[in-house]
Structures are given as structure tokens and as C-alpha cells.
Design a protein around this ligand. Structure first.
Ligand SMILES: O=C(O)CCC(=O)C(=O)O
Length: 285
């Protein structure tokens, strides 16, 4: 969606835009707001991200690179958890009023942030990722109805995402509306179905915001450019459906400097702990 000048200037969605956006998430699995975060903020984030990515890749080369099939099965994709510190900690990224109005509407205003990371398609990838949803079934193969939306992933690309630099591909419209058992690893393979289904590419300008149900099927694709294509990924969860302990260590001083709303969003996280060093290993609660 492209927002009006009035909405961009006031930082508030008009009631009809909010209704449309929330219903698009419910029905289509996602909504995108184009070019929301100012370019200067995005460029600063990109530079800071490259400053941690490059040494990280150099230091962890042996762990992340396999001579047989390349990096991460030839996808050259990396998930890197971010340290909870500036410039990554920015209210425009974590508590943007457009995002909060949509997540409050869909998840409830007691929702919480449970995840803070990046997904990057690095140059030189040969293979696309397998088609997947980010959440697995809650009840395995036993439950045959769709469950309410419990996690919304907010992606913010730090570069213009084009056909050429590894846009995420996604299957909207119904893949988030499946019975719970369809998200089990043993259910009918998504890749087989996806080949016959309509797919979109998440091409968008840097600083756009995509809000998606974490069950919507998607995959990373190879980056044919010579520059990394990072997406920030923040997950907002309905607390009733996501009682896990926190995964984001937040230094007390940093927490104290946040807005009351962002403090509330982060209330289940590890407040008073030193910031995490960047890592590609899964951060467990
Ligand atoms: O290209 C992207 O940002 C999506 C990557 C992704 O889905 C993943 O790494 O699980």
C-alpha cells in the first residue's frame, strides 16, 4: 500500500487505511507499506549492519561454509541476531506507529516483541531456500482447524529489493489459513504444492515495511547482485499464545531510554542483561 501524504506527515494511519491493512493481513496473510522509514535512517542501519556482518562472516567462515554445497545449502542466506543497541534499536524500527496500529488490531494491544534479527541474501547464492512457514503446527497432525494469528513478522529491507538481489518469494492468499496440521513437517510437502500455486516476489524500496503472518509460506532466493540484501525481522506475538521466556538481552540503561510503549512491548525479554553479540546460532529462551 502507498500511504497518503497526510498519513506520512501525521505518522498515523487513517481509520479506513488501518481497517484495510488489518483485513489484508487476516485475508491475504500480509500487508506492505512502501517507503516508510526515511532513507537516511535506513542507510545508517545498512552501514552499521555491514560493519557487523563482514567481520562476522570472516570469523565464522568455517562454520557457515560447506565446500560441498556452499553456504547454507548454496542459498548464501544468513540469519543474524542483532545486538540490542544503537543504531539497531530505533523506535522507528521497533515501535513504528503504523506497525503498532496494525499489530494491536490483529494481535491485541497486549502483544509483545519476541525476536529481533536480520535475514540476508548474500551475493553468489545458487539455490532458493525450501518453501516454508516460520511457525510449525501447535498440535502436530492432530488438529484440523486453522488457529488465530499469533505471530506477525515485520520485515524492513535495508536496500531496494529488486528481482536481481534475492527478493523473498511468498505465497499469499491462503497459505496462512490452513489447518494446524498443515504446518507440521510431516504434512504434504509445501514445495510440491507451491510449484502449482501463485507466487509473488517481495520487491520493494528500502525502508518499506512488510507485516506478515508467520505461517504464510515463503522462501529466500539467490542474490545475483554484488551487495548483501538484508531484511530486519521483528516478531510481535500475542502473549497468550506465546508464553516462552525472552530471547533478547537488553541492557538496563538501553531499556530505561525507551518509550513506555516499547518498554511494554519488550516486557518479557531479558531486561538488565548485556547485549547479545551478533550470532547466526538460534537464540533459545
Ligand atoms: O529472504 C528473506 O529475507 C527470507 C528468508 C527466510 O525466509 C529465512 O531465512 O527463513
Amino acid at each position: 500500500m502507498r500511504l497518503s501524504q497526510e498519513e506520512l506527515a501525521s505518522g498515523q494511519l487513517l481509520p479506513e487505511t488501518l481497517e484495510l491493512a488489518a483485513n489484508l493481513v487476516r485475508v491475504n496473510g500480509f500487508v506492505t507499506f512502501e517507503e516508510i522509514i526515511p532513507r537516511a535512517v535506513i542507510d545508517k542501519l545498512y552501514d552499521a549492519y555491514i560493519d557487523i556482518l563482514e567481520p562476522y562472516l570472516a570469523e565464522h567462515h568455517e562454520e557457515v561454509y560447506n565446500p560441498k554445497n556452499g553456504f547454507n545449502d548454496g542459498t548464501n542466506h544468513i540469519r543474524l541476531y542483532l545486538p540490542f543497541e544503537k543504531p539497531f534499536v530505533d523506535e522507528q524500527i521497533l515501535a513504528h506507529p503504523f506497525v503498532l496500529s496494525v499489530v494491536d488490531q490483529v494481535l491485541g494491544d497486549d502483544c509483545a516483541i519476541r525476536y529481533f534479527a536480520t535475514n540476508t541474501s548474500l551475493p553468489g547464492g545458487r539455490n532458493a531456500q525450501p518453501v516454508h512457514s516460520d511457525m510449525h503446527s501447535m498440535f502436530g497432525l492432530r488438529y484440523g482447524a486453522n488457529l488465530p494469528i499469533s505471530n506477525l513478522i515485520v520485515n524492513v529491507p535495508l536496500v531496494d529489493t529488486t528481482e536481481n538481489n534475492g527478493p523473498m518469494e511468498y505465497w499469499p492468499g491462503g497459505t496462512h489459513l490452513q489447518p494446524d496440521y498443515m504446518y507440521d513437517r510431516k504434512s504434504f510437502p509445501k514445495a510440491k504444492l507451491a510449484e502449482h500455486m501463485t507466487v509473488l516476489k517481495a520487491t520493494m524500496p528500502a525502508g518499506s515495511i512488510m507485516i506478515r503472518d508467520d505461517r504464510m509460506w515463503h522462501r529466500g532466493t539467490p542474490n545475483k547482485s554484488d551487495k548483501p540484501r538484508p531484511n530486519i525481522a521483528v516478531i510481535y506475538s500475542a502473549p497468550t499464545t506465546n508464553p516462552s521466556k525472552g530471547t533478547i538481552p537488553i541492557p538496563q540503561e538501553t531499556f530505561d531510554g525507551l518509550s513506555p510503549r516499547l518498554q511494554k512491548l519488550l516486557r518479557f525479554e531479558k531486561i538488565g542483561h548485556p547485549a547479545l553479540k551478533p550470532t547466526h546460532y538460534e537464540v533459545k529462551p
